[in-house]
Write a protein that binds this ligand. Structure first.
Ligand code: UDP
Length: 317
């Protein structure tokens, strides 16, 4: 199974002007599909889809999916990617985050039911919270602080998973759930507060690199093209339960800072700032399910991927 085998048809991408959504939309067009992007631009950007606007197979609907939805014509499938996704963004927009995950997801699942098309929903490694199991398998139920600052995102996505299963069980909607782990690449916003744009921009400007806490917390970073390939395989498989998508190569944030300084040949120094509340101490996907079901494996190593992301940040600086 590969993305090339995806049935050519008309796909709706919610959040298609966001970082992952815009890469997914571009890939769908490259594969010969028609793409309708729906985005309210709360955190997405027109510039991410600027290169797609002239394509006759592409259309943009500027809309908040928590409002009643109607879309004419048939759909071959829906990719529901819409949501603020970086900690800085969802903490700035906690109510919008909870609403898009709940009301927005309900609307989108209902649309998939009406159109009788498959729907893939983007959940997240955040549903594991600050995990007590490592690496995280899909069978782990998580350790979430519901009322903490990250609770708005974690619970929005946990609700998303629950309502997705409900539509599947009650209406037999053909649903897929992916849990996306840290992903990076070109088109990330430089001000989204995440570690990749922060460190790259700081290194480019020879400014201090802000490691939160001691930097012993770990993350595993997946290049966006690998994620998109995984997404396009998941929609083609018939597995209803969640599938982790991420790169299992784990690094501490301190090592990550050192790596970026070296890559950028930067004069930046590492400084320490307070660790945000409830920042997960470890995160690493167990991707054996994706390997087995989709024959999928990340192919872009951190060095190569970071170079592409870095060059992008350099070009827009
Ligand atoms: N982080 C950091 N410095 C920064 C931004 C983030 O040390 O300038 C840390 C953050 O505390 C977390 C990790 O990098 O442990 C990844 O943070 P990010 O916001 O990218 O996403 P998260 O994985 O927490 O959702």
């Amino acid at each position: 199974m590969t993305s090339e085998k995806l049935p050519k048809g008309r796909y709706l991408v919610t959040g298609g002007a966001g970082f992952v959504g815009s890469h997914l939309s571009q890939r769908l067009l490259e594969l010969g599909c028609e793409v309708v992007v729906m985005d309210n631009f709360i955190t997405g950007r027109k510039s991410n889809i600027q290169n797609l606007l002239g394509n006759s197979k592409f259309s943009l609907v500027e809309k908040d999916i928590i409002e009643p939805l109607a879309i004419s014509g048939g759909l071959a499938g829906i990719f529901h990617m819409a949501s603020p996704a970086s900690p800085v963004d969802y903490m700035k927009f906690p109510i919008e985050t909870l609403r898009v995950g709940s009301i927005g997801s309900d609307n989108i699942l209902n649309l998939a039911h009406q159109k009788k098309c498959p729907v893939l929903v983007a959940s997240t490694s955040e549903i594991y919270g600050d995990p007590l199991e490592h690496p995280q398998k899909e069978s782990y139920w998580g350790n979430v602080h519901t009322i903490g600052p990250r609770g708005c995102y974690d619970e929005s996505k946990r609700y998303l998973e629950a309502i997705t299963m409900a539509y599947h069980r009650v209406h037999n909607v053909s649903t897929r759930i992916i849990r996306i782990f840290n992903t990076y690449g070109p088109k990330m916003r430089t001000d989204d507060g995440r570690v990749v744009p922060n460190f790259c921009m700081q290194a480019l400007a020879n400014q201090d690199i802000t490691v939160y806490g001691e930097g012993k917390q770990t993350r595993s970073f997946c290049y966006v093209d690998d994620l998109v390939e995984g997404i396009l395989r998941v929609i083609q498989c018939d597995h209803i339960e969640p599938i982790n998508l991420g790169n299992p190569v784990e690094t501490t944030i301190y090592e990550f800072a050192e790596r970026i300084i070296t890559m950028a040949k930067s004069h930046s120094k590492i400084i320490h700032q307070p660790l945000p509340q409830d920042d997960p101490k470890t995160r690493c996907p167990d991707i054996s399910k994706a390997r087995k079901l989709l024959d999928w494996n990340p192919t872009v190593d951190l060095e190569t991927g970071l170079r592409c992301a870095f060059d992008y940040f350099k070009s827009i600086r």
